[in-house]
Design a protein around this ligand. Sequence first.
Ligand SMILES: O=C([O-])CC(=O)C(=O)O
Length: 169
Amino acid sequence: MLDILPDLFDQHAQQLQWLPIQWCDFGGVPTFYGEVQTVRCFEDNSRVKEVLAMPGRGRVLLVDGGGSLNRALLGDLIAQSAQDCGWAGVVILGAVRDVHALKGMSLGIKALGACPIKTQRKGIGELDCVLHIEGVAVNSGDYVYADRHGIAISSTAFHIDSEGAIKEW
Ligand SMILES: O=C([O-])CC(=O)C(=O)O
């Protein structure tokens, strides 16, 4: 799929909130969208690993890692698990590693940057919490729309067909 955000904003700007962050694109799928599940954690990816081993059903995991580039919250093994479990994408306000392998995955992956060091898992982190990213509140059950421009959040589910036609669900 090509770009989706310009047409989405042209047609439905009132229902969208833009996250003004220039993300790095690490996955093999630059355009992806789906229902959000939220995680908040800091330099501990326990929750990320647990959740991405559960059925994704086309959803997108949005992780507020506090912006830390000191530890990677996702690497090739967890990303493979996400792909195998049917997640559409993972968005990390923080870092990832195993960058070469991530590019080969059928998964959307956006993050602030890369770091070669993994976290120490101590079981710390929250699932399904309200995240505040660039002044935008995001809950599990909202929707993420991502392409090479970046990421928009909405409480509305849109379906975008392979021709780029947008339908509200
Ligand atoms: O295990 C981790 O914490 C991150 C990682 O390297 C992987 O997902 O392969």
